[in-house]
Write a protein that binds this ligand. Sequence first.
Ligand SMILES: Nc1ncnc2c1ncn2[C@@H]1O[C@H](COP(=O)(O)OP(=O)(O)OP(=O)(O)O)[C@@H](O)[C@H]1O
Length: 373
Amino acid sequence: MTIHPSREHGASALTGELVLRASIAERGVDLQLTLRAGEVVAVLGPNGAGKSTLLSLIAGLQKPDSGAISLDGRVLVDREANIWVPPHQRGVVLLAQQALLFEHLTALANVAFGPRSRGMKRSAANDLAQKWLGRVDASEFADRKPHQLSGGQAQRIAIARALAADPSLLLLDEPMAALDVAVSPALRVLLRQVLRGTGRTAVLVTHDLLDALALADRAIIIENGRITEDGPVKEIISRPRSAFAARIAGMNLISGTVTEGHLLAPDGQRVFGLVDPACQNLGAAVALFRPSAVSVHVESTSGSPRNQVPVIIAQLEPRGDLVRVHSTDSHSGAAGLIADITAVAAAELDLVPGKKVYFVVKAMEVTIYPALA
Ligand SMILES: Nc1ncnc2c1ncn2[C@@H]1O[C@H](COP(=O)(O)OP(=O)(O)OP(=O)(O)O)[C@@H](O)[C@H]1O
């Protein structure tokens, strides 16, 4: 069964190939991104990193200071050539956190709006809208106005409306963030069907690793307005190279440069571990280790195969039988490393926020591999 009603009669080639390079000085954003047609890319990153700005640039809600964006070979914006295609002519639909339906229209009319404005006859547009409402399991709400719908129901209608418009590229800005946790799993399944089952090209901004894993082929991480990671979602999680990816993957990461078989952090900390041959003994690298590999000591220890990092305890987080010890670096004060230790050990060590301790990890528990250039 097809799950793409608007393309039922005759398969169309995949669309949505995007080539983007754009910068906005005021926002500290400088991005370069290429999407293959049919690709679903998750965009992750800390607050204020530039994720929504990326979507705004593609949707045409924001002009870059410099750069150019093209979709399927058609130039949408080019500052040097003075080209600007307005949002509604771009073949791009943005699905936001809030459903943003037209309040005076029924659900059916909301979904039929896109096809109607492309010139489709009313009855054909309504048929298509009915099909999409069926796809998102919302046929029963066809005659309701938005104020008669729950948040989750309204978001289903918004998804149907977005897809009925048959965009070349679908942009999703945290589409589940405003919903009850109870509703999100069902909507995630639905999005998975519509994104993965149709060959549709999509860019999905999310804070949720589960979304990235369930919905996307590829993830990019944006930090401080720049793309710091780009690759298959599973690879980014299993081999993070950015502080952000390490955090969402629940790993400790120290960055620095490789020198003589160990990593040297900017604050002078040396980290010994298994050095990936790809490091070639030079250049930017990251050291990665699991929180469960870290033991916590109140006194400085001596013992050559171990790494010892002085830290200040920031927070203690109970996690079943374990306690997760969050720390700040005692040198830089940056958000720091984490250790998972038993509740008994935490009690015996008398750990409290503000206390200075040593995180100790065996060299054999640490992997050192090249950072992105
Ligand atoms: N309307 C605006 N005017 C000026 N600066 C803005 C505006 N919106 C965002 N910014 C700035 O642009 C930068 C990128 O913000 P953006 O909203 O793209 O981040 P984000 O990654 O989507 O963050 P979040 O996860 O918090 O939504 C930030 O420094 C932000 O303060």
